[in-house]
Design a protein. Structure first.
Length: 286
């Protein structure tokens, strides 16, 4: 099996929903964003604010990313402006773990990625002539991975502002190639975690494409779970942090947490039944 069981179990849904986005690329995003846990909520507010309907006719305001591919509120808002009827993303779809919810989380995540590929072509047609994910170059796909994490900010024409486009505009201004490697070299202090994450997803995808294991249940934890663990520190009664715990005890605790997560015993606040990822996405609308 190429991917850890928690991720591989979604392959059928990914193949149905990914259109011309390579399924193993989608599975790599799922591995790193949620570890295969449907309905997972990010541990911090990100990606704007959106109001979404609920299945019972109510409304919920969200300011976190959700689901197998960690869909940001701004992406959900844009999706719902372009779809209607059964295609509308409900709050229950973002937070749920049943078949409809999982498929919707994958569907919107794949749409977001394909949109970034198309907008790279629309913005830099001389460099990225193909708007279809299935025909896009490797560099275009790598940059779309980065845009997923940082936001595209495709409407910006200058070199200032958040998101990927201002950085690409700057590279073009300097006469440098528009590549993920050049982004890393020219802007070493710009969202380094997102840049390294794009490289990691790409390398995992290529490993899977070649039939090699792309992830290991014993060593890979999703970024959302890692940040959750980092943000949870027990306080002493006097308000100070516990900083004198022996390192071997920390190691044992981490090993236990990882074993529980990979075995499926760790409840992260969502139902983990079988089939039952500073994100800003102010993307240009067609």
């Amino acid at each position: 099996m190429t991917w850890p069981r928690r991720v591989e179990r979604w392959r059928e849904f990914v193949e149905w929903e990914s259109k011309d986005v390579p399924p193993d690329l989608v599975l790599g995003i799922i591995l790193n964003e949620s570890g295969g846990v449907p309905g997972l909520k990010s541990n911090q507010a990100e990606g704007g604010v959106a109001t979404v309907s609920t299945a019972d006719g109510g409304e919920e305001t969200i300011n976190h990313s959700y689901g197998l591919m960690q869909i940001a509120p701004s992406v959900v808002e844009t999706w719902n402006r372009h779809h209607d009827g059964a295609e509308i993303a409900l709050y229950d779809d973002l937070t749920g773990s049943d078949n409809r919810a999982a498929r919707m989380q994958i569907r919107i995540g794949c749409w977001q990625f394909a949109l970034n590929v198309a907008l790279l072509s629309k913005t830099f047609p001389g460099i990225f002539p193909e708007s279809s994910t299935g025909r896009a170059s490797s560099e275009q796909l790598k940059l779309a991975l980065l845009a997923n994490a940082t936001g595209g900010n495709w409407k910006v024409s200058g070199t200032e502002g958040r998101g990927l486009r201002p950085k690409l505009n700057r590279l073009e201004e300097l006469g440098l190639p528009l590549t993920l490697e050049q982004i890393k070299t020219t802007f070493p202090n710009w969202v380094p975690a997102a840049v390294s994450g794009a490289f990691r997803r790409w390398n995992q995808y290529k490993s899977a494409e070649e039939g090699r294991p792309a992830g290991d249940d014993t060593i890979v934890m999703p970024e959302t779970v890692i940040s959750l663990a980092k943000g949870t520190k027990k306080k002493q009664k006097d308000g100070g942090l516990v900083d004198n715990v022996p390192k071997w005890m920390i190691g044992v605790g981490a090993a236990w947490l990882l074993s529980k997560f990979t075995s499926g015993d760790l409840n992260l606040g969502v139902d983990g039944e079988d089939h039952d990822d500073d994100q800003e996405n102010d993307q240009e609308e067609d």
